[in-house]
Design a protein around this ligand. Structure first.
Ligand code: GLA
Length: 395
């Protein structure tokens, strides 16, 4: 379903359910070209918002309830603004409850609301459907309450909601991109300063997303464990070095020097983070100088490091990358997002995208009996302001 038809759908569903015209907000999903598991280490990432969104039709209520209906789950829940406790339950409404709770705790007086939610970001695919739901919810609730929260603040509050109400101790990349990203433009984001440089993707290059269609159960638990491993390394290194507050502050020379104080597995986790940060910086220069070969090589190296050192890949993602590596016109491929399933991101010469998609669809199905979803991202429309990230009052 196209973005416009989802917009129409949430509006008409709202009118059908509540009999009046709502406001409509949306927030995009994202891809990440390179820089995985670096954001919560104060490192560098290179995400781009994509033209898939979570849409919410919303209207004020006169009482202190939030009623939220999910078109995807065909389910309606009712929450009270006076009791948003309860932590992580695993239900989709945790996102809505979490966002309302963190906004309220930050001192915002929220009005009751009716929300109708729909979207086209494949759930659990590593394209950040969660952050987009959080940011869209935050936009809807603040807009209805006549509160203006700056984008960066909004992203940080949504990250907090994910930590406390969803249970994933994520970094800032996804919420930042959902709140501020522009479709068609990559961002080189410094997750410490939160400063970014906008990068355009040369027109002869296409970004192709291949969805493995698998999601392994361990994802959230393993994600939090990786974060703890990184933090344990920082604590150990702080005893030996000054000026270290995150792995961002540790060089490969430092890591080699203090290898003996770290468990072997933790050493490998750190090596991934340190080298991945370097890869993002090199990739930024490669993109600026239109060096697709170098960029692609960095993507393959990123994947190998995520597979071998960080151990967040899985058989299906490795297969997709492996297949891509022998396809014509492919510069690079790697797993994307938290890992343990979801999608790969592929950098392909624009002349080859159709053949590439057909080849992956056929070969992956052949080897796994699974038909992958394949998306060709719109990476060349950043000039069109209607494509900007989270927005209000979209028609
Ligand atoms: C998830 C998290 C992000 C980031 C990636 C891995 O998408 O939400 O903060 O850590 O995994 O790079």
């Amino acid at each position: 379903m196209s973005g416009n038809s989802i917009c129409t759908l949430v509006k008409s569903r709202f009118v059908e359910m509540y009999g009046s015209e709502p406001i409509v907000v949306r927030a995009p999903g994202r891809i990440n070209l390179i820089g995985e598991h670096t954001d919560y280490n104060d490192g560098f990432v290179m995400p781009a918002a994509i033209g898939f969104y979570t849409w919410i039709a919303a209207q004020k209520r006169s009482d202190r309830s939030i009623e939220a209906y999910s078109e995807q789950f065909k389910e309606r829940v009712q929450l009270s603004l006076d009791d948003l406790s309860g932590g992580v339950t695993g239900h989709w409404s945790d996102f809505v409850r979490g966002v309302a709770a963190v906004l309220s705790r930050a001192g915002n007086t929220l009005t009751g609301a009716n929300l109708v939610i729909a979207g086209d970001i494949p759930l659990g695919s590593g394209m950040s459907s969660s952050a987009s739901l959080e940011v869209a919810t935050a936009l809807a609730l603040t807009q209805l309450s006549n509160i203006v929260v700056p984008q960066l603040e909004l992203a940080k509050l949504c990250q907090k909601a994910e930590h406390e109400y969803v249970g994933t101790k994520c970094g800032i990349m996804d919420q930042f991109t959902a709140a501020s990203g522009v479709v068609g433009q990559a961002l080189m984001l410094d997750c410490r300063s939160l400063e970014y440089q906008a990068l355009s993707i040369p027109t002869h290059l296409s970004v192709v997303i291949c969805n493995s269609m698998v999601r392994h159960q361990l994802a959230s638990g393993e994600y939090n464990r990786r974060r703890l491993e990184c933090e344990s390394a920082v604590t150990a290194l702080q005893r030996e070095m000054t000026g270290v507050t995150a792995l961002r502050d540790v060089s490969m020379e430092d890591l080699e020097r203090y290898k003996h104080i770290l468990p072997e597995q933790v050493f490998r986790r750190c090596r991934h983070v340190i080298l991945e940060n370097q890869r993002v910086l090199t990739a930024t220069e490669a993109l600026r100088s239109d060096n697709a070969e170098q960029f692609g090589e960095l993507m393959f190296r990123s994947h190998a490091s995520l597979r071998d050192d960080y151990e967040v890949s899985c058989r299906e993602l490795d297969l997709l990358v492996d297949l891509a590596s022998s396809a014509a016109g492919v510069y690079g491929a790697r797993m994307m997002g938290g890992g343990f399933g979801g999608c790969t991101v592929n950098l392909v010469h624009s002349d080859h995208t159709g053949a590439f998609a057909a080849y992956i669809r056929h070969s992956y199905r052949d080897k796994t009996d699974i038909t992958p979803d394949i998306f060709i991202c719109d990476t060349h429309s950043a000039q069109d302001f209607k494509n900007s990230g989270a927005s209000i009052g979209v028609d």
